[in-house]
Each structure stands twice: as C-alpha cells, then as structure tokens.
Design a protein around this ligand. Structure first.
Ligand code: SAM
Length: 253
C-alpha cells in the first residue's frame, strides 16, 4: 500500500470529510468516539505513559487518550491528507504538548523499546505483511508493553465474489480472528487475546446508516455511502466479514 494510493483513492480530502460525517468529528473508524472510549478502556492507560497510535487518521482516538488519561501520544499515518487535517484538529484541541503527528509508513519505523502501549484502530487491513508489522511493533514496545488494535476480519462464512472484489479494489488483506491471534503469539507476544466483536460492528453500522440520512452530504454522496454501509452490514450479518479486537503483551526477553 502506498501513500499515493491512499491519498488518491480511499482517502482523498473529500472522502475523508464525508467519512467523518458518518463516524463523527475526528474519527474514521466504526462507532467514532463512543466505541473509541470503549476500546481505550481495555488498554489500562496510566498518566505519563508513552503511546504510539498507528494509522491515527484525523487524531480522534489520540486526542481522547491524551485528554482523558494524561498519556503522551505519538501518531503516525501514511496518508498525507489525514496528517494535514489532523494537524489543524490538534491545534483546535490544544493538545500540542501531549500529541505529536508524523506522516509515514509504520512498516518503516525504526523504534526500539520506547512505547508502553501501541494503539491502532482499523488500520492493519491496509497492510499485507503482518509478520513484518508485528515485528516492527514488538520492537517499538518496552518489555511488558501492550499492543491493542481492532481490525476488519474474515468471518466463518466463505467470502462471496462481491466481498473478494471489495477486498481487491481496496487492497485489503484480512485474516480470521483465530489466525490473527496465532500470528500475534508467533510474533513475540504473550497473554494474547482475540475477540470477535461483530456484535458491536453490526449495531454501529445500523446506527451509522441513520446518521448518514441526516448528514450534510449531497444525494450522490449519500447514495454511494449508503450502498457501502449496507453491503458491510449484509456481509457482517451473513458471517462473511467480522470485526476483531486484539491485545497482546510484549514478551520479556
Ligand atoms: C480506517 S482509517 C482509521 C483512522 C483512525 N485509526 C481512526 O480510528 O479514526 C485507517 C488509517 O490507516 C492509515 N494507514 C494505512 N496504511 C498505513 C501504514 N502503512 N502506515 C501508517 N498508516 C497507515 C490510513 O492512512 C488511514 O488513516
């Protein structure tokens, strides 16, 4: 996945702002602030901790972690459109002393034993080489540090041709929850936990379909997004697509 692909296809400035209409201010992931809060609670954050947010998007989850828990968050995102908008949002939030933003590919990070927590929401679907991803993340964590992420996953029902073409158009690489969990265990993480949270995903998609109808978007934009949301909902209800929440602790050497 390249920066050009993200900036010119899925995350043009207009599509980011349209997605935000549905997910909520500063969010580009299911459930916006409400689900972010639910997810962040699983990370056991304490004041002064150092957190890395991979694929931070517009910064919503990072602002929430810094603002509510007093942690320092470094954010990295490959899309220059995301980072440009996130910088204006960071100024609005007045959290410049707690949150830093960097445009770059997380696979290229060379960070050793720095972060207490790595947080990531619905980003790894964009990354094919998960073994390399988990190696880079493992290195960046202090011994005993925690990785927590959510991601789109494959469900137990065989993928339909429509789902296959959705994945290939977007260049997504998904795993099922069990494989993801094994991959984490094989990548130097312990206390690994993988949970199918498609229940939250389905509930959220239904709520977002209502939000969409009231959003300030033109009819063409609304109808395109409605179709994407309805298709996600159908795949999730059929068991083709699911949504996983994962965590693991870096093994002490
Ligand atoms: C669905 S959005 C999620 C944004 C944010 N985490 C949130 O919850 O609002 C996925 C983000 O991952 C970023 N991304 C994709 N591949 C990446 C990579 N290799 N390194 C860093 N960021 C990446 C995209 O640019 C995009 O901002």
């Amino acid at each position: 996945m390249t920066q050009e692909f993200l900036d010119n296809q899925q995350y043009t400035e207009l599509s980011i702002l349209n997605y935000e209409e549905i997910f909520g201010h500063n969010y580009i992931s299911p459930g916006g602030e409400k689900v972010a809060d639910q997810f962040i609670r699983t990370l056991e954050l304490r004041p002064q901790m150092r957190v890395l947010d991979i694929g931070c998007g517009l910064g919503g989850p990072a602002f929430r972690m810094a603002g509510k828990f007093g942690v320092y968050v470094h954010c990295i995102d490959l899309s220059s459109n995301m980072i440009r908008i996130a910088k204006t949002r960071l100024d609005e939030e007045g959290l410049n002393n707690m949150v830093t933003l960097e445009q770059g590919d997380c696979l290229e990070m060379q960070i050793d034993s720095t972060y207490d927590v790595v947080h990531s929401r619905d980003v790894f679907l964009h990354i094919k080489d998960k073994a390399r991803l988990f190696e880079v993340i493992r290195k960046s964590l202090v011994s005993g540090g925690r990785l927590g992420f959510s991601d789109y996953c494959l469900g137990k029902t065989k993928s339909s041709p429509e789902f296959e073409s959705y994945l290939s158009e977007r260049n997504y690489t998904l795993h099922n929850v069990e494989d993801y969990t094994k991959l984490l265990e094989n990548s130097g993480f312990t206390n690994v936990f993988g949970e199918d949270r498609t229940d939250i995903f389905i509930k959220t998609l239904k709520q977002e379909l209502h939000i969409l109808e009231k959003a300030i978007l033109n009819n063409q934009e609304k109808s395109a997004l409605r179709q994407v949301w309805q298709e996600k909902l159908t795949r999730a209800e059929r068991g083709e697509q699911c949504w996983g929440w994962f965590s693991g602790i870096k093994k002490t050497q």
